[in-house]
Unconditional design. Structure first.
Length: 132
Protein backbone atom coordinates (compact mmCIF):
# COMPACT_ATOMS: atom_id res chain seq x y z
CA UNK A 1 0.00 0.00 0.00
CA UNK A 2 1.37 3.42 -0.98
CA UNK A 3 -0.12 6.82 -0.15
CA UNK A 4 0.99 10.17 -1.54
CA UNK A 5 1.45 12.82 1.16
CA UNK A 6 0.86 15.72 -1.24
CA UNK A 7 -2.25 14.45 -3.03
CA UNK A 8 -5.04 12.13 -1.99
CA UNK A 9 -3.75 9.30 -4.21
CA UNK A 10 -3.38 5.86 -2.68
CA UNK A 11 -2.54 2.60 -4.42
CA UNK A 12 -2.15 -1.09 -3.67
CA UNK A 13 0.75 -2.65 -5.60
CA UNK A 14 1.92 -6.20 -6.15
CA UNK A 15 5.35 -6.58 -7.67
CA UNK A 16 8.28 -8.88 -8.31
CA UNK A 17 11.86 -7.60 -8.56
CA UNK A 18 15.07 -9.25 -9.67
CA UNK A 19 18.52 -7.75 -9.12
CA UNK A 20 21.83 -8.78 -10.60
CA UNK A 21 25.18 -7.36 -9.51
CA UNK A 22 28.59 -8.27 -10.79
CA UNK A 23 32.06 -6.99 -9.93
CA UNK A 24 34.20 -7.28 -13.08
CA UNK A 25 37.36 -5.79 -11.59
CA UNK A 26 38.28 -3.87 -8.49
CA UNK A 27 37.18 -0.66 -10.24
CA UNK A 28 34.36 -1.82 -12.53
CA UNK A 29 30.97 -3.14 -11.43
CA UNK A 30 27.50 -3.64 -12.88
CA UNK A 31 23.97 -3.59 -11.44
CA UNK A 32 20.91 -4.68 -13.40
CA UNK A 33 17.28 -5.09 -12.42
CA UNK A 34 13.85 -6.05 -13.70
CA UNK A 35 10.49 -5.40 -12.06
CA UNK A 36 6.94 -6.35 -12.97
CA UNK A 37 4.02 -4.89 -11.05
CA UNK A 38 0.28 -4.39 -11.00
CA UNK A 39 -1.23 -1.33 -9.33
CA UNK A 40 -4.80 -0.63 -8.24
CA UNK A 41 -5.61 3.01 -7.41
CA UNK A 42 -7.94 3.32 -4.41
CA UNK A 43 -8.31 7.11 -4.26
CA UNK A 44 -7.30 10.26 -6.08
CA UNK A 45 -7.52 11.24 -9.73
CA UNK A 46 -6.81 7.69 -10.96
CA UNK A 47 -9.32 5.95 -8.65
CA UNK A 48 -10.53 2.66 -10.07
CA UNK A 49 -7.61 2.51 -12.48
CA UNK A 50 -5.50 -0.61 -12.75
CA UNK A 51 -2.05 -0.54 -14.31
CA UNK A 52 0.53 -3.17 -15.20
CA UNK A 53 4.15 -2.05 -15.35
CA UNK A 54 7.45 -3.40 -16.57
CA UNK A 55 10.67 -1.73 -15.51
CA UNK A 56 14.18 -2.71 -16.62
CA UNK A 57 17.46 -1.00 -15.86
CA UNK A 58 21.22 -1.25 -15.82
CA UNK A 59 23.98 0.81 -14.25
CA UNK A 60 27.71 0.53 -14.90
CA UNK A 61 30.05 1.97 -12.24
CA UNK A 62 33.72 2.80 -12.72
CA UNK A 63 36.10 4.03 -10.02
CA UNK A 64 38.44 6.43 -11.82
CA UNK A 65 40.66 6.97 -8.78
CA UNK A 66 40.36 6.77 -5.00
CA UNK A 67 38.76 10.21 -5.02
CA UNK A 68 36.65 10.01 -8.19
CA UNK A 69 34.03 7.65 -9.62
CA UNK A 70 31.58 7.65 -12.50
CA UNK A 71 28.53 5.74 -13.70
CA UNK A 72 26.37 5.30 -16.79
CA UNK A 73 22.79 4.09 -16.58
CA UNK A 74 19.75 3.13 -18.62
CA UNK A 75 16.14 2.53 -17.56
CA UNK A 76 13.09 1.46 -19.58
CA UNK A 77 9.52 1.65 -18.29
CA UNK A 78 6.32 0.42 -19.92
CA UNK A 79 2.95 1.04 -18.22
CA UNK A 80 -0.40 -0.23 -19.44
CA UNK A 81 -3.87 0.66 -18.19
CA UNK A 82 -5.64 -2.71 -18.06
CA UNK A 83 -9.12 -1.18 -18.42
CA UNK A 84 -8.46 1.09 -21.42
CA UNK A 85 -5.45 -0.61 -22.99
CA UNK A 86 -3.56 2.72 -23.09
CA UNK A 87 0.22 2.19 -22.91
CA UNK A 88 2.93 4.63 -21.93
CA UNK A 89 6.68 4.11 -22.45
CA UNK A 90 9.76 6.04 -21.51
CA UNK A 91 13.52 5.60 -21.47
CA UNK A 92 15.96 7.34 -19.15
CA UNK A 93 19.71 7.60 -19.75
CA UNK A 94 22.08 9.08 -17.15
CA UNK A 95 25.74 9.80 -16.57
CA UNK A 96 27.27 10.71 -13.20
CA UNK A 97 30.65 11.94 -12.01
CA UNK A 98 31.49 12.21 -8.29
CA UNK A 99 34.69 13.63 -6.81
CA UNK A 100 35.65 13.68 -3.16
CA UNK A 101 36.88 17.21 -2.46
CA UNK A 102 37.63 16.74 1.23
CA UNK A 103 36.99 14.11 3.88
CA UNK A 104 33.27 14.86 4.20
CA UNK A 105 32.69 16.87 1.02
CA UNK A 106 31.84 15.54 -2.44
CA UNK A 107 31.22 17.38 -5.68
CA UNK A 108 29.00 15.85 -8.34
CA UNK A 109 27.89 16.35 -11.94
CA UNK A 110 24.89 14.53 -13.39
CA UNK A 111 23.31 14.44 -16.82
CA UNK A 112 19.98 12.74 -17.49
CA UNK A 113 18.06 12.42 -20.74
CA UNK A 114 14.43 11.29 -20.63
CA UNK A 115 12.81 10.07 -23.84
CA UNK A 116 9.10 10.00 -23.06
CA UNK A 117 6.25 9.57 -25.51
CA UNK A 118 4.89 12.94 -24.38
CA UNK A 119 8.15 14.89 -24.03
CA UNK A 120 11.95 14.78 -24.13
CA UNK A 121 13.97 16.24 -21.28
CA UNK A 122 17.63 17.09 -20.72
CA UNK A 123 18.49 17.53 -17.05
CA UNK A 124 21.85 18.84 -15.86
CA UNK A 125 22.70 18.85 -12.16
CA UNK A 126 25.82 19.97 -10.32
CA UNK A 127 26.38 20.34 -6.64
CA UNK A 128 28.45 19.94 -3.54
CA UNK A 129 27.38 17.53 -0.81
CA UNK A 130 28.67 17.76 2.76
CA UNK A 131 28.02 15.03 5.31
CA UNK A 132 28.22 15.43 9.04
Amino acid sequence: FFANEFTDDSVVSSYVQYYLSHQFTERLRFHGFAQWSSDEFLSGSLVGGEWESELYGAQLFYQISQRMDSSLGYRFENRKNTATGVEHQREIFNANLNARIARQTTGYLRYQFTDDELFDEDLYTAGVRRSF
